[in-house]
Design a protein around this ligand. Structure first.
Ligand SMILES: C[S@@+](CC[C@H](N)C(=O)[O-])C[C@H]1O[C@@H](n2cnc3c(N)ncnc32)[C@H](O)[C@@H]1O
Length: 323
């Protein structure tokens, strides 16, 4: 990057944002050229100051009764949030295609080719259980607040659990929305569609189908009533990603990409791993899970005012991804 540009100017001039993980400060004189730098090592003093700030912010805990209420009625609180803000609160995710080129049109084809050459089989296995996939391995490609996790190709288990098979027998290859698509993306915790609509608008590939869900029925209604919502390309549904008894409306091994943006931080840490495990079974071998969320000691956490809090959402610690 030319040293005379700020980040914004550089983006405007070159029409291209720099991807997270590529902004390294080698010349201290350029410290203000980006609003953040990647892989900066903190000094012990900086780390201690951050820890102190977090301790200060989190001395008061919300009372037990309120904690239970927030957990049980979480979707109702989000409904209230969306009734107030409708689609004016979260901004469209313009960094999407920079950080996750897998979502961009040309990438579908490359990714698809890679999948086909890996699988050399049909796109969706007929009547596969959506809950199978034991022995699954998810591989972390790089660790930062935006990460792509790829599901490794595994040979199918020889014997499937019969109960699981029966439980999900209804999801068959040709009976689900978007079954004729060849590239399927699911966004979980989609809110009012700030990720889904940019994807649909940017990626006009007729073979693409986008699913999105949220446990707030108000948010899902706002997606469905948006003028850009096209049921022939998109399926929005109400779903709680922590609900172990509810299946997703797609079979196992059917999705290319699953997106979770600022969603894991909205659920209690104890439920993260199981939610991710269930989702990973929906991915085709080689499929990817794309995450973006808060990180420990990020500005959102350090700027927090002293106030009663529920729990520290430290995703990196709570949701261990087996490598
Ligand atoms: C911070 S918002 C982010 C919304 C959207 N992903 C975005 O980036 O604009 C978190 C979203 O997750 C949803 N959510 C929280 N817990 C959920 C759960 N257990 N199941 C499904 N959605 C959930 C909320 O309703 C809310 O829409």
């Amino acid at each position: 990057m030319d040293a005379s540009y700020t980040e914004g100017e550089h983006t405007a001039v070159c029409g291209k944002r720099q991807q997270f993980g590529s902004r390294f400060l080698s010349d201290p004189a350029r410290v203000f050229h980006h609003n953040a730098w990647d892989s900066v090592e903190w000094s012990e003093e900086q780390a201690a100051a951050a820890e102190r700030k977090v301790q200060e912010n989190s001395t008061q805990r919300v009372c037990q009764e309120k904690q239970v209420d927030y957990e049980i009625n979480a979707n109702k609180y989000w409904n209230d949030f969306y009734k107030i803000h409708e689609n004016g609160f979260f901004k469209d995710r313009h960094w999407l295609f920079t950080e996750f080129p897998e979502l961009a049109p040309s990438q579908n084809q490359n990714h698809l080719k890679a999948l086909l050459s890996e699988n050399k089989g049909s796109e969706v296995p007929a009547c596969r259980s959506s809950e199978d996939g034991s022995g699954l391995i998810i591989e972390a490609q790089h660790s930062c607040s935006s990460v792509s996790l790829g599901r490794k190709t595994q040979p199918p288990p020889v014997e499937e659990n019969v109960t699981q098979k029966l439980r999900h027998l209804e999801i068959c290859a040709d009976e689900f929305p978007g079954s004729s698509a060849t590239y399927r993306i699911l966004e979980v915790g989609c809110g009012v569609g700030n990720t889904v609509f940019p994807i649909l608008q940017t990626n006009n590939d007729p073979r693409l189908f986008v699913y999105c869900c949220d446990f707030s029925s108000t948010a899902v209604e706002l997606v469905q009533t948006n003028s850009a919502y096209d049921p022939s390309r998109c399926f929005a549904f109400v779903h709680d990603l922590c609900d172990e008894d509810k299946s997703y409306p797609v079979p196992g091994d059917s999705l290319d990409v699953i997106i979770l943006i600022f969603v894991l931080s909205a659920i209690i840490p104890d439920k993260m791993q199981n939610a991710i495990n269930r989702l990973s079974r929906l991915l085709k071998p080689g499929g990817m899970m794309l995450l973006r969320d808060y990180g420990r000691y990020d500005m959102a956490q350090l700027r927090f005012k002293k106030a009663p809090f529920l729990c520290r959402r430290e995703i990196a610690d709570s949701c261990k991804v087996p490598v």
